[in-house]
Design a protein around this ligand. Structure first.
Ligand code: 13P
Length: 251
């Protein structure tokens, strides 16, 4: 049985003070970790203080990106070694905004996934098609390539640690969410790819989130689906009440 996982992706939003206020407000009100895993992936500058503020609560704090090297001449980058040292054990990898605006490729995603796992950081690997790819009927092909390339050369044990987030690009921040049926169909296709890449057991153990305009009003539809194990939430994760509602609806 896969445990539901609701993760917020704050992107480049909130001040340090607002971030800490959020943690203070939600951390005592979330359903227990036994029922649903919850996390907020915040700007790197806030991570240490948010982690401290979350204390022993069930709210996890994650990064939105990291480099694949531990150290070196990579101006402005985030070291996985430092994330791990600060106790940050979760990172989003290959979000479509990073792929589109910061030239991330399936290959860098794969390098980052390996680096994350080697530091005990759980990667949330984002995949998803653009509007044009969807119109051309290429959704299955695109996500298959992204999953196969992004998860290359992982052992079965490593693969089980990975979380996949299926985020159709046309549904991100647009209010145009995928229907639960379409999202489930693609998540099912992703699970088949995982099964071929690794094994049925591994594929059944791995969690696949849906992301793209998820909010308290539509979460139930996604969570009722067989292949959807949670959500990666942008806009709605910025509001404490909505984040709590999303976690409650998934528990
Ligand atoms: P929205 O929930 O704002 O559509 O963003 C989704 C997303 O990109 C999460 O990573």
């Amino acid at each position: 049985m896969r445990k539901p996982f609701i993760a917020g992706n704050w992107k480049m939003n909130k001040t340090h003070e607002e971030a800490l206020a959020f943690v203070k407000e939600v951390s005592g009100q979330l359903p227990s970790h036994d029922q649903v895993e919850t996390a907020v992936c915040a700007p790197a500058l806030f991570l240490k203080d948010m982690k401290d503020a979350a204390g022993s609560s069930d709210l996890q704090v994650g990064a939105q990106n990291m480099h694949f090297e531990d150290s070196g001449a990579f101006t402005g980058e985030i070291s996985p070694l430092v994330l791990a040292d600060l106790g940050i054990q979760l990172a989003i990898i290959g979000h479509s905004e990073r792929r589109e605006m910061f030239n991330e490729t399936d290959q860098t995603v794969n390098e980052k996934v390996h680096a994350a796992l080697s530091h005990g950081i759980t990667p949330i690997v984002c995949v998803g098609e653009s509007d044009a790819e969807r119109e051309n009927g290429e959704t299955e092909l695109v996500v298959k390539r992204q999953v196969e390339e992004g998860l290359k050369e992982l052992s079965h044990e490593q693969a089980k640690q990975v979380v996949i987030a299926y985020e159709p690009i046309w549904a991100i921040g647009t209010g145009k969410s995928s229907t639960a049926e379409d999202a489930d169909e693609t998540c099912g296709q992703i699970r088949s790819v995982l099964s071929s890449l690794f094994s049925t057991d591994v594929a059944e153990a791995m969690r696949i989130q849906y992301g793209g305009s998820v909010k308290p009003e539509n979460i139930d539809g996604y969570m009722a689906k067989e292949n959807i194990d949670g959500a990666l939430v942008g806009g709605a994760s910025l509001k404490p009440d909505d984040f709590i509602k999303l976690a409650e609806a998934s528990s």
